[in-house]
Design a protein around this ligand. Structure first.
Ligand SMILES: NC(=O)c1ccc[n+]([C@@H]2O[C@H](COP(=O)([O-])OP(=O)(O)OC[C@H]3O[C@@H](n4cnc5c(N)ncnc54)[C@H](OP(=O)(O)O)[C@@H]3O)[C@@H](O)[C@H]2O)c1
Length: 251
């Protein structure tokens, strides 16, 4: 519903996966500033705020995503800044390839982590191509896209794809001289439901499970709120970040 939502907002932030974890923390930090309007795109909603709009969407249903894209990218003709944060992501089944992994799970991980972020970025750039606002796309990536983690093959591959998608689209934006900035941002190790899922894995299917259990036991996980603050500070200062691949660890 868009009844409380000001279509003449100043700065528009479209965030996927804003119902929990890192995405929710980013949304709540942004909503502290009355000039910001946030659109959360995911299956469920947990934020109630006059400047927040929920767009329900299940990223594992590509046809439904395609048919509802126009509900996300409204004209926002008075926006001075338009930001898309592709944050929603899934780890998928933990386990070794060739050891009982159901084939249909690959499609699920890639749809949520790669195909829908690519569709949203494509539509965002197309719909707002003539919009005079400052435009930024942040694709949430992971260290796991930069080195192999046994048991996480499809997740690692999906995040590597996010990095290369971001690098390529940034190159295209530079070649077109649009001024639009594209980032692939790694949030670090954050205390969310995704980490709970990781800690529950069987060591026979994921050799590093004890390391992740120790992170929690030793209080070494960053809180979503702390990471959300750092990411929002980054969003307010993107002119300082020239590289496409960025990490919250350096913020
Ligand atoms: N936590 C970490 O340590 C860590 C480390 C590196 C990278 N990351 C990345 O950071 C991002 C956020 O992770 P998180 O830890 O905050 O995860 P999380 O707490 O599990 O939250 C995941 C979010 O994604 C949404 N989502 C999941 N499946 C979806 C689907 N089928 N359709 C639409 N939305 C869906 C969920 O919303 P609904 O359930 O309401 O749909 C939820 O808001 C992910 O891209 C993840 O890969 C996390």
């Amino acid at each position: 519903m868009i009844s409380n939502f000001n279509l003449n907002a100043v700065d528009i932030y479209i965030i996927t996966g804003a119902s929990k974890g890192i995405g929710k923390a980013i949304a709540e930090e942004l909503l502290k500033d009355g000039n910001n309007q946030v659109v959360g795109v995911q299956r469920t909603s947990s934020i109630k705020h006059p400047n927040y709009r929920h767009q329900p969407m299940d990223f594992s249903d590509i046809d439904a995503v395609e048919h509802n894209l126009q509900k996300i990218f409204l004209p926002y003709s008075d926006a001075t800044k338009l930001v898309l944060i592709n944050n929603a992501g899934v780890l998928g089944d933990i386990g070794y390839i060739g050891e009982g992994m159901p084939n249909e799970r690959f499609e699920f991980v890639f749809d949520v982590n790669v195909v829908v972020p690519a569709m949203l970025m494509n539509t965002f750039l197309q719909v707002y191509s003539n919009h005079p606002a400052q435009k930024v796309v942040v694709n949430v990536s992971s260290g796991a896209g930069k080195y192999p983690v046994d048991g996480w093959a499809s997740y690692c591959a999906s995040k590597a794809a996010i990095d290369m998608l971001s690098l390529t689209v940034q190159k295209e934006q530079e070649m077109r001289g649009t001024g639009t900035k594209i980032y692939a941002l790694s949030p670090g190790v954050v205390d969310t439901a995704m980490q709970e899922n990781i800690r529950e894995a069987d060591a026979g299917r994921f050799s590093a499970v004890d390391k992740f259990r120790d992170y929690k036991a030793n209080g070494e996980l960053a809180s979503p709120e702390e990471v959300g603050r750092k990411i929002v500070n980054f969003l307010y200062n993107t002119n300082k970040y020239k590289e496409v691949i960025v990490s919250v660890r350096d913020m």
